[in-house]
Design a binder for this molecule. Structure first.
Ligand code: BG6
Length: 482
Protein backbone atom coordinates (compact mmCIF):
# COMPACT_ATOMS: atom_id res chain seq x y z
CA UNK A 1 0.00 0.00 0.00
CA UNK A 2 1.43 3.36 -0.97
CA UNK A 3 0.92 6.13 1.53
CA UNK A 4 -0.16 9.37 -0.08
CA UNK A 5 0.78 12.33 2.04
CA UNK A 6 -0.35 15.62 0.62
CA UNK A 7 1.45 18.49 2.36
CA UNK A 8 -0.81 21.16 3.79
CA UNK A 9 -0.26 24.88 3.14
CA UNK A 10 2.12 26.71 5.40
CA UNK A 11 0.77 27.83 8.75
CA UNK A 12 1.40 29.54 12.05
CA UNK A 13 -0.16 27.53 14.86
CA UNK A 14 -0.36 29.04 18.32
CA UNK A 15 -1.03 26.58 21.12
CA UNK A 16 -2.47 28.38 24.14
CA UNK A 17 -1.81 26.05 27.04
CA UNK A 18 1.32 24.98 25.13
CA UNK A 19 2.94 23.59 28.29
CA UNK A 20 -0.18 21.69 29.38
CA UNK A 21 -0.82 17.98 29.52
CA UNK A 22 -2.79 17.74 26.28
CA UNK A 23 -0.09 19.62 24.38
CA UNK A 24 2.56 17.28 25.75
CA UNK A 25 0.69 14.03 25.30
CA UNK A 26 -1.26 14.62 22.12
CA UNK A 27 -0.90 17.87 20.20
CA UNK A 28 2.89 18.12 19.91
CA UNK A 29 3.48 14.39 19.28
CA UNK A 30 0.77 14.52 16.55
CA UNK A 31 2.44 17.53 14.90
CA UNK A 32 5.80 15.80 15.13
CA UNK A 33 4.47 12.70 13.39
CA UNK A 34 2.96 14.75 10.59
CA UNK A 35 6.25 16.60 10.27
CA UNK A 36 8.13 13.32 9.90
CA UNK A 37 5.55 12.08 7.42
CA UNK A 38 6.28 15.12 5.26
CA UNK A 39 2.82 16.63 5.63
CA UNK A 40 3.83 19.68 7.62
CA UNK A 41 5.66 22.15 5.40
CA UNK A 42 9.23 22.94 6.45
CA UNK A 43 8.44 26.60 7.00
CA UNK A 44 5.34 26.01 9.19
CA UNK A 45 5.70 27.52 12.67
CA UNK A 46 4.33 26.38 16.02
CA UNK A 47 4.30 28.82 18.90
CA UNK A 48 3.59 27.67 22.44
CA UNK A 49 1.89 30.28 24.58
CA UNK A 50 1.24 29.88 28.29
CA UNK A 51 1.94 31.45 31.62
CA UNK A 52 5.27 29.68 32.29
CA UNK A 53 8.27 31.91 31.93
CA UNK A 54 10.10 30.06 29.16
CA UNK A 55 11.94 31.25 26.06
CA UNK A 56 12.17 29.52 22.67
CA UNK A 57 15.04 27.31 23.78
CA UNK A 58 13.30 26.39 27.02
CA UNK A 59 10.19 25.36 25.10
CA UNK A 60 12.21 23.29 22.65
CA UNK A 61 13.76 21.43 25.57
CA UNK A 62 10.27 20.89 27.02
CA UNK A 63 9.04 19.49 23.69
CA UNK A 64 12.08 17.24 23.35
CA UNK A 65 11.19 15.69 26.68
CA UNK A 66 7.58 15.27 25.68
CA UNK A 67 8.59 13.52 22.46
CA UNK A 68 11.03 11.26 24.31
CA UNK A 69 8.13 10.15 26.51
CA UNK A 70 5.30 9.93 24.00
CA UNK A 71 7.07 9.12 20.73
CA UNK A 72 9.83 6.85 22.02
CA UNK A 73 10.78 5.75 18.50
CA UNK A 74 11.46 9.34 17.39
CA UNK A 75 14.82 9.66 15.66
CA UNK A 76 17.22 12.37 16.80
CA UNK A 77 17.62 14.16 13.41
CA UNK A 78 13.82 14.35 13.05
CA UNK A 79 13.46 15.78 16.55
CA UNK A 80 16.21 18.35 15.86
CA UNK A 81 14.52 19.45 12.65
CA UNK A 82 11.06 19.58 14.26
CA UNK A 83 12.03 21.66 17.28
CA UNK A 84 13.53 24.19 14.86
CA UNK A 85 9.93 25.04 13.92
CA UNK A 86 8.99 25.83 17.52
CA UNK A 87 8.89 29.06 19.45
CA UNK A 88 7.39 30.24 22.72
CA UNK A 89 5.93 33.42 24.10
CA UNK A 90 4.82 33.77 27.74
CA UNK A 91 1.38 35.37 27.74
CA UNK A 92 -1.11 36.43 30.32
CA UNK A 93 -4.51 35.39 28.99
CA UNK A 94 -6.30 37.93 31.14
CA UNK A 95 -3.77 40.77 30.95
CA UNK A 96 -1.56 42.49 28.41
CA UNK A 97 1.74 40.68 28.97
CA UNK A 98 3.17 38.96 25.94
CA UNK A 99 0.46 39.83 23.44
CA UNK A 100 2.41 42.34 21.40
CA UNK A 101 5.31 39.94 21.17
CA UNK A 102 2.99 37.11 20.12
CA UNK A 103 1.38 39.31 17.46
CA UNK A 104 4.84 40.12 16.04
CA UNK A 105 5.52 36.42 15.57
CA UNK A 106 2.55 36.01 13.22
CA UNK A 107 3.46 36.05 9.54
CA UNK A 108 1.34 37.37 6.73
CA UNK A 109 0.22 35.16 3.89
CA UNK A 110 0.07 31.89 5.86
CA UNK A 111 -2.83 30.17 7.60
CA UNK A 112 -3.23 31.14 11.24
CA UNK A 113 -4.65 28.65 13.69
CA UNK A 114 -5.16 29.18 17.41
CA UNK A 115 -5.51 26.08 19.57
CA UNK A 116 -7.22 26.96 22.85
CA UNK A 117 -5.93 24.05 24.90
CA UNK A 118 -7.04 25.81 28.09
CA UNK A 119 -10.05 25.76 30.39
CA UNK A 120 -13.24 27.14 28.79
CA UNK A 121 -13.18 29.99 31.33
CA UNK A 122 -10.41 31.56 29.23
CA UNK A 123 -12.06 31.27 25.79
CA UNK A 124 -13.62 34.72 26.01
CA UNK A 125 -10.45 36.48 27.15
CA UNK A 126 -8.32 34.82 24.50
CA UNK A 127 -10.82 35.50 21.70
CA UNK A 128 -11.00 39.15 22.70
CA UNK A 129 -7.25 39.60 22.72
CA UNK A 130 -6.74 37.79 19.43
CA UNK A 131 -8.90 40.48 17.84
CA UNK A 132 -7.58 43.35 19.91
CA UNK A 133 -3.98 42.63 18.90
CA UNK A 134 -4.92 42.14 15.27
CA UNK A 135 -3.89 38.48 15.20
CA UNK A 136 -7.15 36.93 14.06
CA UNK A 137 -8.52 37.54 10.58
CA UNK A 138 -11.48 36.15 8.64
CA UNK A 139 -9.47 33.10 7.62
CA UNK A 140 -8.06 32.23 11.07
CA UNK A 141 -9.07 29.00 12.75
CA UNK A 142 -9.94 28.49 16.39
CA UNK A 143 -9.64 25.02 17.91
CA UNK A 144 -11.35 24.09 21.18
CA UNK A 145 -11.51 20.88 23.16
CA UNK A 146 -14.03 19.14 25.31
CA UNK A 147 -15.50 19.50 27.84
CA UNK A 148 -17.62 21.86 25.80
CA UNK A 149 -19.84 22.91 28.68
CA UNK A 150 -21.33 20.72 31.39
CA UNK A 151 -24.95 21.27 30.38
CA UNK A 152 -27.00 23.04 27.74
CA UNK A 153 -26.82 26.39 29.44
CA UNK A 154 -23.04 26.46 29.81
CA UNK A 155 -22.55 25.10 26.26
CA UNK A 156 -24.76 27.87 24.90
CA UNK A 157 -22.75 30.45 26.83
CA UNK A 158 -19.50 29.08 25.37
CA UNK A 159 -20.95 29.07 21.88
CA UNK A 160 -22.03 32.67 22.34
CA UNK A 161 -18.52 33.68 23.34
CA UNK A 162 -16.96 31.93 20.35
CA UNK A 163 -19.58 32.90 17.78
CA UNK A 164 -19.41 36.48 19.06
CA UNK A 165 -15.74 36.59 18.06
CA UNK A 166 -15.51 34.18 15.09
CA UNK A 167 -17.69 32.82 12.37
CA UNK A 168 -18.96 29.24 12.91
CA UNK A 169 -16.93 28.25 9.83
CA UNK A 170 -13.76 29.21 11.75
CA UNK A 171 -14.52 27.18 14.89
CA UNK A 172 -13.18 23.63 15.22
CA UNK A 173 -14.69 21.81 18.21
CA UNK A 174 -12.69 18.63 18.70
CA UNK A 175 -14.21 15.30 19.62
CA UNK A 176 -11.14 13.15 19.21
CA UNK A 177 -13.28 10.06 18.52
CA UNK A 178 -14.13 11.54 15.14
CA UNK A 179 -10.44 11.56 14.24
CA UNK A 180 -9.99 7.86 14.94
CA UNK A 181 -9.30 5.92 11.75
CA UNK A 182 -11.91 3.28 12.36
CA UNK A 183 -14.55 5.84 13.26
CA UNK A 184 -14.03 7.47 9.89
CA UNK A 185 -14.17 3.99 8.48
CA UNK A 186 -17.76 3.69 9.69
CA UNK A 187 -18.73 6.15 7.02
CA UNK A 188 -16.61 4.42 4.39
CA UNK A 189 -18.17 1.05 5.23
CA UNK A 190 -21.72 2.36 5.27
CA UNK A 191 -21.60 4.66 2.28
CA UNK A 192 -18.85 3.15 0.16
CA UNK A 193 -20.44 -0.30 -0.12
CA UNK A 194 -23.76 -1.20 -1.65
CA UNK A 195 -23.95 -4.30 0.51
CA UNK A 196 -24.97 -2.88 3.87
CA UNK A 197 -27.16 0.12 3.23
CA UNK A 198 -30.29 -1.74 2.01
CA UNK A 199 -30.25 -3.78 5.24
CA UNK A 200 -29.41 -0.85 7.51
CA UNK A 201 -32.83 -0.30 9.06
CA UNK A 202 -35.31 -1.70 11.56
CA UNK A 203 -36.66 -4.20 9.06
CA UNK A 204 -33.37 -6.12 9.07
CA UNK A 205 -31.46 -4.93 12.14
CA UNK A 206 -32.51 -6.50 15.42
CA UNK A 207 -30.43 -4.16 17.59
CA UNK A 208 -27.14 -2.29 17.74
CA UNK A 209 -24.63 -2.29 20.61
CA UNK A 210 -22.00 0.36 21.19
CA UNK A 211 -19.37 -0.37 23.83
CA UNK A 212 -16.46 1.80 24.88
CA UNK A 213 -14.72 -0.10 27.67
CA UNK A 214 -11.59 1.07 29.42
CA UNK A 215 -9.33 -0.59 31.97
CA UNK A 216 -8.00 2.65 33.45
CA UNK A 217 -9.54 4.24 36.52
CA UNK A 218 -9.99 7.93 37.21
CA UNK A 219 -7.01 8.26 39.58
CA UNK A 220 -5.10 11.46 38.92
CA UNK A 221 -8.07 13.25 37.39
CA UNK A 222 -10.70 12.41 40.00
CA UNK A 223 -11.38 16.07 40.72
CA UNK A 224 -12.57 16.73 37.17
CA UNK A 225 -14.19 13.34 36.69
CA UNK A 226 -16.24 13.36 39.85
CA UNK A 227 -18.06 16.46 38.59
CA UNK A 228 -18.67 14.85 35.21
CA UNK A 229 -19.21 11.12 35.39
CA UNK A 230 -19.42 8.78 32.43
CA UNK A 231 -22.50 10.50 31.05
CA UNK A 232 -20.86 13.89 30.59
CA UNK A 233 -17.34 12.58 30.01
CA UNK A 234 -18.12 9.95 27.37
CA UNK A 235 -21.78 9.57 26.40
CA UNK A 236 -22.73 13.17 25.60
CA UNK A 237 -19.83 13.39 23.16
CA UNK A 238 -17.94 10.28 22.07
CA UNK A 239 -20.71 7.70 22.24
CA UNK A 240 -23.20 10.17 20.84
CA UNK A 241 -20.94 10.76 17.84
CA UNK A 242 -20.59 7.02 17.25
CA UNK A 243 -24.34 6.64 17.47
CA UNK A 244 -24.83 9.43 14.96
CA UNK A 245 -22.44 7.93 12.43
CA UNK A 246 -24.02 4.50 12.71
CA UNK A 247 -27.61 5.75 12.57
CA UNK A 248 -27.58 8.80 10.29
CA UNK A 249 -29.09 8.98 6.82
CA UNK A 250 -26.60 9.06 3.95
CA UNK A 251 -25.53 12.68 3.48
CA UNK A 252 -25.71 13.90 -0.12
CA UNK A 253 -21.95 14.39 -0.10
CA UNK A 254 -19.00 14.09 2.23
CA UNK A 255 -19.06 17.73 3.08
CA UNK A 256 -18.99 19.33 6.55
CA UNK A 257 -22.51 20.67 6.68
CA UNK A 258 -24.10 17.78 4.80
CA UNK A 259 -22.60 15.30 7.31
CA UNK A 260 -23.33 17.42 10.36
CA UNK A 261 -26.91 18.12 9.30
CA UNK A 262 -27.55 14.36 9.22
CA UNK A 263 -25.91 13.77 12.59
CA UNK A 264 -27.97 16.53 14.15
CA UNK A 265 -31.18 14.90 12.90
CA UNK A 266 -30.26 11.69 14.75
CA UNK A 267 -29.72 13.52 18.05
CA UNK A 268 -32.98 15.37 17.65
CA UNK A 269 -34.83 12.11 16.96
CA UNK A 270 -33.61 10.38 20.14
CA UNK A 271 -36.41 9.31 22.44
CA UNK A 272 -36.36 10.36 26.07
CA UNK A 273 -34.88 7.48 28.07
CA UNK A 274 -36.93 5.85 30.83
CA UNK A 275 -34.99 5.63 34.09
CA UNK A 276 -35.22 1.84 34.16
CA UNK A 277 -33.36 1.84 30.85
CA UNK A 278 -30.29 3.42 32.43
CA UNK A 279 -27.82 1.59 34.66
CA UNK A 280 -25.13 3.52 36.49
CA UNK A 281 -22.18 1.94 38.28
CA UNK A 282 -19.06 2.66 40.29
CA UNK A 283 -16.02 0.39 40.42
CA UNK A 284 -14.97 -1.22 43.71
CA UNK A 285 -11.47 -1.65 45.04
CA UNK A 286 -9.26 -4.69 44.59
CA UNK A 287 -6.17 -5.75 46.46
CA UNK A 288 -4.07 -3.67 44.04
CA UNK A 289 -6.34 -0.90 42.87
CA UNK A 290 -8.39 1.77 44.60
CA UNK A 291 -12.17 2.08 44.43
CA UNK A 292 -13.83 4.84 42.43
CA UNK A 293 -14.57 6.78 45.59
CA UNK A 294 -10.94 6.59 46.68
CA UNK A 295 -9.71 7.64 43.24
CA UNK A 296 -12.20 10.50 43.21
CA UNK A 297 -11.25 11.39 46.79
CA UNK A 298 -14.92 11.66 47.59
CA UNK A 299 -16.18 8.97 50.01
CA UNK A 300 -19.82 9.94 49.40
CA UNK A 301 -19.64 10.30 45.64
CA UNK A 302 -22.72 9.31 43.61
CA UNK A 303 -20.95 9.90 40.30
CA UNK A 304 -21.01 7.05 37.79
CA UNK A 305 -17.83 5.52 36.35
CA UNK A 306 -20.00 3.20 34.24
CA UNK A 307 -23.22 3.71 32.38
CA UNK A 308 -25.35 1.49 30.19
CA UNK A 309 -28.56 2.52 28.49
CA UNK A 310 -31.15 1.49 25.99
CA UNK A 311 -32.11 4.11 23.43
CA UNK A 312 -34.69 4.47 20.73
CA UNK A 313 -34.61 6.68 17.67
CA UNK A 314 -37.95 7.91 16.42
CA UNK A 315 -37.64 8.01 12.67
CA UNK A 316 -38.67 5.79 9.78
CA UNK A 317 -35.36 4.01 9.57
CA UNK A 318 -34.99 3.05 13.22
CA UNK A 319 -38.38 3.00 14.94
CA UNK A 320 -38.44 -0.34 16.81
CA UNK A 321 -34.69 -1.04 16.78
CA UNK A 322 -33.07 -0.59 20.19
CA UNK A 323 -29.58 0.83 20.55
CA UNK A 324 -27.71 -0.33 23.64
CA UNK A 325 -24.82 1.85 24.76
CA UNK A 326 -22.33 1.24 27.54
CA UNK A 327 -19.06 2.72 28.66
CA UNK A 328 -17.03 2.46 31.82
CA UNK A 329 -13.69 2.57 33.55
CA UNK A 330 -11.84 -0.35 35.15
CA UNK A 331 -13.62 -2.91 33.02
CA UNK A 332 -12.33 -6.27 31.86
CA UNK A 333 -10.48 -5.02 28.77
CA UNK A 334 -9.87 -1.92 26.69
CA UNK A 335 -12.19 -2.43 23.82
CA UNK A 336 -14.41 -0.17 21.78
CA UNK A 337 -16.73 -1.72 19.30
CA UNK A 338 -20.02 -1.38 17.51
CA UNK A 339 -22.04 -4.51 16.94
CA UNK A 340 -24.87 -4.61 14.43
CA UNK A 341 -26.99 -7.70 15.05
CA UNK A 342 -29.23 -8.54 12.10
CA UNK A 343 -32.57 -10.31 12.43
CA UNK A 344 -33.11 -14.01 11.94
CA UNK A 345 -33.82 -15.25 8.44
CA UNK A 346 -37.62 -15.04 8.02
CA UNK A 347 -37.94 -18.80 7.62
CA UNK A 348 -35.47 -21.62 8.17
CA UNK A 349 -35.54 -24.25 5.45
CA UNK A 350 -33.16 -26.39 7.52
CA UNK A 351 -35.48 -27.22 10.38
CA UNK A 352 -35.86 -26.00 13.95
CA UNK A 353 -33.15 -28.32 15.29
CA UNK A 354 -30.52 -26.20 13.52
CA UNK A 355 -31.14 -23.37 15.99
CA UNK A 356 -31.05 -19.72 15.06
CA UNK A 357 -28.22 -18.19 13.14
CA UNK A 358 -27.67 -14.51 12.79
CA UNK A 359 -25.50 -12.25 10.76
CA UNK A 360 -23.53 -9.99 13.07
CA UNK A 361 -21.34 -7.16 11.86
CA UNK A 362 -18.76 -6.19 14.47
CA UNK A 363 -16.74 -3.05 13.94
CA UNK A 364 -13.80 -3.03 16.33
CA UNK A 365 -12.71 0.56 16.85
CA UNK A 366 -9.78 -0.06 19.18
CA UNK A 367 -7.51 -1.84 19.75
CA UNK A 368 -7.02 -4.31 16.84
CA UNK A 369 -9.00 -2.15 14.43
CA UNK A 370 -11.05 -4.19 12.05
CA UNK A 371 -14.38 -5.69 11.11
CA UNK A 372 -15.91 -9.11 11.20
CA UNK A 373 -19.11 -10.32 9.65
CA UNK A 374 -20.54 -13.53 11.07
CA UNK A 375 -22.07 -15.60 8.32
CA UNK A 376 -23.80 -18.95 8.46
CA UNK A 377 -22.23 -21.84 6.56
CA UNK A 378 -22.54 -25.58 6.46
CA UNK A 379 -20.34 -27.36 8.93
CA UNK A 380 -17.82 -29.21 6.78
CA UNK A 381 -17.93 -32.98 6.50
CA UNK A 382 -20.54 -35.68 6.19
CA UNK A 383 -23.43 -36.08 8.57
CA UNK A 384 -26.18 -34.02 7.02
CA UNK A 385 -26.82 -30.32 6.94
CA UNK A 386 -25.46 -28.82 10.13
CA UNK A 387 -25.13 -25.06 10.31
CA UNK A 388 -22.30 -23.08 11.77
CA UNK A 389 -21.58 -19.34 12.19
CA UNK A 390 -18.10 -18.26 11.16
CA UNK A 391 -16.63 -14.77 11.09
CA UNK A 392 -15.41 -13.27 7.84
CA UNK A 393 -12.49 -11.51 9.43
CA UNK A 394 -11.04 -8.27 8.22
CA UNK A 395 -8.53 -7.18 10.80
CA UNK A 396 -7.12 -4.12 9.11
CA UNK A 397 -3.52 -4.77 10.15
CA UNK A 398 -3.64 -8.13 8.39
CA UNK A 399 -5.71 -7.08 5.41
CA UNK A 400 -3.85 -3.88 4.63
CA UNK A 401 -0.27 -4.88 5.39
CA UNK A 402 2.43 -3.30 7.51
CA UNK A 403 1.35 0.31 6.97
CA UNK A 404 -1.98 -0.32 8.63
CA UNK A 405 -0.22 -1.31 11.83
CA UNK A 406 0.77 2.31 12.37
CA UNK A 407 -2.70 3.67 12.86
CA UNK A 408 -2.27 7.44 13.08
CA UNK A 409 -3.44 9.10 16.25
CA UNK A 410 -6.75 10.95 15.96
CA UNK A 411 -5.04 14.28 16.61
CA UNK A 412 -2.81 13.92 13.55
CA UNK A 413 -5.79 13.81 11.26
CA UNK A 414 -7.74 16.47 13.11
CA UNK A 415 -4.98 19.07 13.32
CA UNK A 416 -4.20 18.67 9.62
CA UNK A 417 -7.93 19.09 8.89
CA UNK A 418 -7.87 22.36 10.81
CA UNK A 419 -5.06 23.62 8.58
CA UNK A 420 -6.84 22.31 5.46
CA UNK A 421 -9.99 24.11 6.61
CA UNK A 422 -12.11 20.95 6.61
CA UNK A 423 -14.73 20.88 9.40
CA UNK A 424 -16.34 17.53 8.53
CA UNK A 425 -14.87 15.75 11.56
CA UNK A 426 -15.59 18.56 14.02
CA UNK A 427 -18.77 19.26 15.96
CA UNK A 428 -20.96 22.15 14.99
CA UNK A 429 -22.38 24.36 17.75
CA UNK A 430 -25.96 23.17 17.22
CA UNK A 431 -24.90 19.51 17.42
CA UNK A 432 -23.24 20.05 20.79
CA UNK A 433 -26.25 21.90 22.10
CA UNK A 434 -28.66 19.21 20.88
CA UNK A 435 -26.59 16.55 22.62
CA UNK A 436 -26.76 18.49 25.89
CA UNK A 437 -30.48 19.10 25.46
CA UNK A 438 -30.92 15.32 25.38
CA UNK A 439 -28.47 14.66 28.23
CA UNK A 440 -29.60 17.29 30.74
CA UNK A 441 -33.02 15.85 31.69
CA UNK A 442 -31.54 12.38 32.23
CA UNK A 443 -28.94 13.71 34.66
CA UNK A 444 -31.51 15.96 36.34
CA UNK A 445 -33.85 12.98 36.80
CA UNK A 446 -31.30 10.79 38.54
CA UNK A 447 -30.10 13.67 40.66
CA UNK A 448 -33.69 14.38 41.74
CA UNK A 449 -34.08 10.74 42.84
CA UNK A 450 -30.66 10.69 44.56
CA UNK A 451 -29.85 7.72 42.39
CA UNK A 452 -26.99 5.67 43.83
CA UNK A 453 -24.71 3.96 41.29
CA UNK A 454 -24.32 0.22 41.72
CA UNK A 455 -20.91 -1.09 42.70
CA UNK A 456 -19.19 -3.34 40.17
CA UNK A 457 -16.01 -5.38 40.36
CA UNK A 458 -12.89 -3.97 38.80
CA UNK A 459 -12.08 -6.19 35.81
CA UNK A 460 -15.73 -7.13 35.25
CA UNK A 461 -18.21 -6.13 32.54
CA UNK A 462 -19.96 -3.64 34.82
CA UNK A 463 -22.91 -4.03 37.20
CA UNK A 464 -25.23 -7.03 36.95
CA UNK A 465 -28.13 -4.78 36.03
CA UNK A 466 -26.33 -3.75 32.86
CA UNK A 467 -26.43 -7.39 31.78
CA UNK A 468 -30.08 -7.55 32.80
CA UNK A 469 -30.86 -4.53 30.65
CA UNK A 470 -30.36 -6.77 27.63
CA UNK A 471 -31.40 -10.10 29.13
CA UNK A 472 -34.83 -8.67 29.84
CA UNK A 473 -35.18 -8.15 26.10
CA UNK A 474 -33.92 -11.65 25.30
CA UNK A 475 -30.58 -10.32 24.08
CA UNK A 476 -27.01 -10.29 25.37
CA UNK A 477 -24.00 -8.03 25.21
CA UNK A 478 -21.00 -9.22 23.31
CA UNK A 479 -18.21 -10.11 25.73
CA UNK A 480 -15.78 -7.33 26.47
CA UNK A 481 -12.43 -8.57 25.22
CA UNK A 482 -9.46 -7.23 23.34
C1 BG6 B 1 -11.61 11.33 27.01
C2 BG6 B 1 -12.23 11.12 28.36
O1 BG6 B 1 -12.35 12.27 26.26
O2 BG6 B 1 -11.59 10.10 26.31
C3 BG6 B 1 -11.46 10.08 29.14
O3 BG6 B 1 -12.22 12.36 29.07
C4 BG6 B 1 -11.33 8.80 28.35
O4 BG6 B 1 -12.10 9.81 30.39
C5 BG6 B 1 -10.81 9.09 26.94
O5 BG6 B 1 -10.45 7.95 29.04
C6 BG6 B 1 -10.84 7.85 26.07
O6 BG6 B 1 -10.19 8.09 24.88
P1 BG6 B 1 -9.48 6.93 24.05
O7 BG6 B 1 -8.98 7.61 22.82
O8 BG6 B 1 -8.39 6.39 24.93
O9 BG6 B 1 -10.54 5.91 23.79
Amino acid sequence: MVSRVIPVDSFDLVIFGGTGDLARRKILPALFRRFVAGQMPEDARIVGAARSDLDDEGYRAFVREALAEFVPKAEAPDVDAFVGALGYVPVDARGTNGWEELAKRMRDGVIRAFYLSVGPGLFGDLAERLHQYGMADADSRIVVEKPFGRDLESAKALNEVLVGAFDESQIYRIDHYLGKETVQNLMAVRFGNVLFEPLWNSQYVDHIQITVAETVGVGGRGGYYDKSGAMRDMVQNHLMQLLCLIAMEPPSKFDPDAVRDEKLKVIRALDPVAHHHIVRGQYSETKDTASYREDAENPRSFTESFIAMKLGISNWRWAGTPFYLRTGKRLRARSSEIVVVFKDAPHSIFGADQGTHRNVLTIQLQPNEGMTLDVTIKEPGPGGMRLLDVPLDMTFAEALGPEAEEVPDAYERLIMDVIRGNQTLFMRGDEVEAAWAWTDPLIAAWQARNDVPQPYDTGSSGPEDALMLMHRDGRRWRDIRE
